[in-house]
Write a protein that binds this ligand. Structure first.
Ligand code: HPA
Length: 295
């Protein structure tokens, strides 16, 4: 574990021995979800040594550790962005801390502009894949082989089983869940109309300024990843309206009840699925041992 990450993990371990399974990041306008967590402990970022703090309005800054139904989670209320002037290494550092505390699944959420013309403002869209080539890769620099390989596979970055659980949950809750490819740009400017035409040609459905880099690092560390975008606006030139951060926050408030239900129920389903998988692995381990001892 890197020193900066280890220092934060140590500081948290002095306060709690809580072990999360799912790490949740909350996008712009979606921060209120944190109130739905049965909180065990809250850790303001400014109490952690060297932890990056957000400068954007609407971005609170603390970890919330607790339960969503029976699933232990750690939730990031507020995150920093590359456009704030942080290095990409700092941007993804909180994710490393959550993994360092034990999280095995990363549930990303973000606010995004809609590129797909079948989308509407307020839609929730599951991230099936991403395009991150317009931003800096967070793994540039020396590689720690104990953490993950120098060149890691990204063929199926968003876990198929978690996608299935999300879609099944949405169906059960009668929530219309779109699906699409998310493209991350650096921001902070919103895109021009020409850039949006280009991104559509490249196959992107949602555009935003976060999360793909977190998915890259999470996969490098062997975490399973899934994500949901809230379409807070149609991207530049698709709608005639000009874009503002206030619209992004407002759309978050409107979508909140649906978002809360979808995240809560799918995180619960993921917890149950992970427990079943772990039990299966233990049973398989016991069988192999027993077979070995017969020989
Ligand atoms: N572009 C980039 N990021 C965004 C947008 C957008 O249209 N909406 C919310 N985040």
């Amino acid at each position: 574990m890197r020193e900066d990450v280890r220092n934060c993990v140590k500081a948290i371990r002095k306060i709690t021995d809580f072990k999360p399974l799912v790490a949740i990041t909350l996008g712009s306008g979606l921060g209120n979800y944190a109130q739905k967590i049965r909180t065990v402990c809250e850790i303001p970022y400014d109490t952690l040594p060297g932890f990056p703090m957000s400068t954007v309005s609407g971005h609170d800054g603390r970890f919330i550790l607790g339960y969503v139904k029976k699933t232990p989670v750690i939730c990031m209320k507020g995150r920093v962005h590359f456009y704030e002037g942080y290095s990409m290494d700092q941007v993804v550092m909180p994710l490393r801390v959550m993994q360092g505390l034990g999280a095995k699944i990363l549930f990303l959420t973000n606010a995004a502009g809609g590129l797909n013309e079948t989308f509407r403002v307020g839609d929730l869209s599951m991230i099936t894949d991403h395009i991150s080539v317009f931003t800096v890769n967070p793994l540039i620099g020396p590689n720690d082989d104990k953490e993950g390989p120098r060149f890691h596979d990204m063929t199926q970055a968003y876990d198929l089983k978690l996608q299935k659980l999300l879609e099944e949950t949405a169906k059960r809750l009668k929530i219309d869940l779109k699906r699409g490819v998310y493209v991350q740009l650096t921001g902070p400017s919103f895109e021009t109309s020409a850039e949006i035409r280009m991104l559509r040609l490249l196959g992107a459905d949602m555009v935003g300024m976060s999360t793909a880099v977190e998915a890259i690092v999470a996969r490098h560390m062997g975490m399973r990843v899934c994500g949901v975008s809230l379409i807070t606006n149609m991207a530049a030139g698709i709608s005639k309206e000009l874009l503002s951060h206030d619209d992004v926050k407002r759309a978050g408030e409107e979508a909140e009840p649906r978002f809360v239900r979808l995240v809560t129920e799918s995180v619960a389903a993921m917890g149950a699925h992970a427990a079943k998988r772990a039990a299966g692995k233990t049973a398989a381990g016991r069988k192999t041992k027993a077979a070995g001892s017969k020989r």
